[in-house]
Design a protein around this ligand. Structure first.
Ligand SMILES: *Cc1c(COP(=O)(O)O)cnc(C)c1O
Length: 430
């Protein structure tokens, strides 16, 4: 399997090259040259598989030029080592809980897979991963790469602007993970990372790379849990709708990939918060990016989703075809709070603000007889509701993983948002 650039389809790379490169020139996203097809026989056999075995089957066609079967088996066994339960919330509504990994959010899946791929591709050469974070990505990447030999991770975050819990998640690990508190905003952090990665000679000398969410190795493994949900659904259902809390559309487009490989998904709902570029696009075909708006589902505060071009590619840029498979929905903060409380009152199930948008979209759509609605619960409620606890009718205990974390000591360096300082620091660390 080769990967083409969506900016220039003559530009083709192997999986290995695409992973190490991250993006094609001109900010082109990599996309599989053809889509593997799974047939009925595959799905019959797949029912007997464990999650990590299923992951190896689904991912094998994408990586078979660069990994041996043993390697992908080993990688998927490490990556998919936590549960992804499908819980029935109502008669025809299910929650796919993607938050049982180390940082309690779905990004663990992609970050862990990327780290294992990079480790194998980097071999004996030292790599340094730079990541700017406004909170969630930093922790998933830090944990994904924790203790991976020969790879150091530098997490840049705006000092005093991420939650205490989020900061603890990447600043207490130590070893190969270094947290850097930058005196500035998230954008300042991102600029420092871009400057370093754009510094060709220096990037090469220090083996600098990014763990960006559009990296093909973060994107592809996310399609696995759509198969898993389908296979775990009670068999009386004969139609399936997935509702996906969406920001950059990585998660949603990974589901669309599964559908285009033969998985029987009837439709998708892209559920968003007040950042409704995609919901608007799906309604009227006009794509109007804007700067992001702050909401209580902050991991979805995206005004210009960076996987949009992948979404178009599946439908050859035909809006009519695309909008026949994917619907949009958007919710204000007060809508989200309302649905969180209503869901708890009616079912006892505790949503987080991100999953709540997707749950709401299923409640507001018509589910036919025999149709199941599955929403992706992308984060553990404890991770996000502390900030809005006074507006929620329920409490959520901090999972043990997080309680232990709160007692650990942060280790970080502080730095001004200045490229020369950052560069000198990195050179000094090498
Ligand atoms: C990142 C994130 C999202 C959005 O996922 P995309 O792939 O960017 O659309 C939704 N929920 C949570 C909790 C997240 O961390």
């Amino acid at each position: 399997m080769k990967y083409i650039s969506l900016q220039n389809t003559n530009y083709k790379k192997t999986f290995r090259e695409a992973v190490l490169q991250g993006m094609a020139p001109g900010n082109g996203l990599f996309f599989p040259e053809h889509l593997p097809q799974f047939d009925t026989l595959f799905f019959e056999k797949a029912r007997k598989l464990k999650l990590h075995e299923l992951a190896a089957e689904v991912l094998w066609p994408y990586v078979s030029d660069d990994f041996s079967r043993n390697e992908i088996d080993a990688i998927t066994q490490e990556v998919f080592s936590f549960d992804i339960p499908l819980k029935q919330v109502e008669k025809n509504i299910f929650s796919l809980e993607l938050y049982h990994g180390p940082t309690l959010a779905f990004k663990d899946v992609g970050a862990r897979f990327l780290s294992r791929c990079m480790q194998r591709f980097a071999g004996q050469t030292k790599k340094r991963v730079l990541v700017a974070t406004s909170g969630d990505t930093g922790s998933a990447v830090a944990h994904g790469f924790y203790n991976i030999p020969n790879i150091d991770v530098f997490v840049l975050f705006p000092k005093g602007k991420v939650s205490k819990l989020q900061q603890k998640q990447f600043s207490t690990l130590g070893n190969n993970i270094q947290a850097i508190a930058v005196g500035g905003t998230f954008d300042d952090c991102q600029i420092l990372v871009k400057q370093a990665l754009g510094d060709e000679k220096y990037r090469h000398e220090l083996g600098l790379t990014s763990a960006n969410s559009i990296n093909i190795a973060r994107w592809l493994p996310q399609s696995v849990y759509y198969y898993w949900a389908y296979l775990n659904l009670p068999q009386q259902f004969n139609k399936l709708t997935f509702a996906v809390p969406s920001g950059n559309l990585g998660n949603l487009t990974a589901g669309v990939l599964a559908k285009h490989s033969g998985l029987a998904i009837d439709r998708f709902i892209a559920a968003t918060n007040a950042n409704k570029v995609i919901a608007n696009y799906l309604e009227n075909g006009e794509y109007k990016p804007h700067s992001s708006r702050q909401t209580i589902a902050n991991a979805m505060d995206v005004g210009n989703p960076n996987n949009f071009s992948r979404m178009l590619q599946f439908y050859n840029r035909q809006f009519n075809m695309l909008s026949a498979h994917i619907e949009g929905a958007s919710y204000s903060d007060s809508d989200i709070l309302g649905w969180m409380n209503r869901c708890y009152r009616n079912t006892g199930y505790k949503l987080d603000p991100h999953g709540a948008t997707a749950y709401a979209s299923l409640k507001e759509t018509d589910l036919a007889d025999g149709e199941a609605g599955v929403f992706l619960e992308t984060a553990h409620p404890a991770k996000f509701i502390r900030e809005i606890q006074d507006k929620i009718d329920y409490e959520v205990d901090l999972p043990e993983k997080l309680v232990n974390l709160m007692n650990k000591k942060d280790e970080l360096v502080e730095m001004e948002a200045n490229y020369d300082t950052f560069k000198a620091y990195l050179v000094n660390q090498s």
